[in-house]
Design a protein around this ligand. Structure first.
Ligand SMILES: [Fe+2]
Length: 339
């Protein structure tokens, strides 16, 4: 099943159909917790260049990558090694799923590596300074800053447009959501999973069943399949993104802001039969077998309040909370926080 695709050029070009696109965007996030978008400002080559560099990075020896590790700031910048991140306990949610929609059995930690890089402007003053750690630049990658900043900024621009369209779709002023994320703690956060080790083992879980703590998460297309999404009805579907498109997923913060109208999107990444087939093809062509995701998490500014912006009957489930506190609580739950 392919996700609905929203073309941002209708909105950016101010065409008459822009209202329809805003509605389609809202509906897809409501139903699937995800939407595919086509942004005329993002080219497939940008994504390819980014993934090429990250394949080279993750393909380095473990000791080299560990030099880029900053556990003292909860891994918010630099590399997070494999077997560090634990998916949160979602057993209560899983219990309610039909048998055919249960996630792949898994008992963490995750097998994926991750690299975190800050994107976008920050305010000088914040109550949450630990989220503002200095960036890490790996040795031997002179192009690192330029490639990371350029890809991250493109994704961020896309999310700004999406958040404007979503504001309109939800019946809010167009600037409502963009204003909340303007100084957000956005993190370009690509993951790397070593399919040299797991590419012949279908059923291996690379990232266990979880949701993102973000506002919205955005990625380019990965070179390997294996991402599965849960719709808001709790149905498990393989995620297929049309070529040239980006994937946007809903995180915990957008659920809060919409009082549950848009639910946070659960997902997992596994080695599927199709992943193994691509691994074999790439092995024969002597290409990298690191599965890289070009992921960016966008967040609210930490000092903004999270609360439902639209009228809902279950507002009591979403009591107002500072966005920075929500992120701290979630980080503790996945064992990444030092506090
Ligand atoms: Fe995720």
């Amino acid at each position: 099943m392919e996700l609905p695709t929203v073309d941002l050029s209708f909105y950016l070009g101010g065409q008459e159909s822009q209202g329809n696109e805003c509605f389609k965007l809202k509906e897809s996030l409501h139903k699937y917790g995800a939407v595919a978008i086509r942004d005329p400002r993002v080219r497939e080559e940008d994504s390819e260049m980014f993934i090429d560099m990250l394949e080279k990075y993750f393909g380095q020896p473990k000791e080299t990558k560990l030099k880029d590790c900053r556990p003292d700031v909860s891994y918010q910048v630099g590399v997070t090694p494999e077997l560090t991140e634990w998916p949160r306990d979602n057993s209560k949610y899983i219990k309610g799923l039909k048998e055919q929609n249960k996630p792949t059995p898994f008992d963490g930690p995750d097998k994926k590596w991750r690299f975190q890089w800050r994107i976008g402007a920050r305010r000088e003053y914040t109550k949450f300074p630990e989220l503002l750690a200095e960036p890490v630049i790996p040795e031997n990658f002179p192009e690192w800053k330029q490639v990371m900043d350029s890809w991250g900024q493109k994704l961020l621009d896309a999310v700004f447009t999406v958040s404007e369209m979503l504001s309109i779709g939800l019946g809010l002023g167009a600037s409502t959501l963009p204003e909340l994320i303007r100084f957000g703690t956005h993190l370009l956060s690509p993951t790397g999973s070593d399919l040299n080790l797991y590419g012949d083992k279908p059923g291996t879980v690379l990232a266990g069943f979880h949701y993102d703590i973000s506002f919205l998460t955005i990625h380019g297309r990965s070179r390997f399949p294996g991402l599965y999404l849960w719709t808001s009805e709790g149905e498990r579907i393989p995620c297929k993104i049309p070529k040239g498109c980006l994937l946007v997923q809903s995180g915990a913060q957008i659920e809060y802001l919409t009082g549950g109208y848009i639910k946070k999107g659960y997902h997992e990444v596994i080695v599927s039969e199709e992943t193994c087939r691509i691994v074999n093809e790439k092995r024969n062509r002597k290409e990298s077998l690191w599965r890289v995701s070009s992921t960016m998490f966008t967040h609210l500014e930490p000092d903004k309040m999270l609360y439902p912006l639209i009228e809902i009957s279950d507002a009591f489930l979403y009591p107002p909370v500072l966005a920075g506190f929500q992120v701290e609580e979630e980080l503790k739950a996945v064992k990444l926080s030092v506090v």
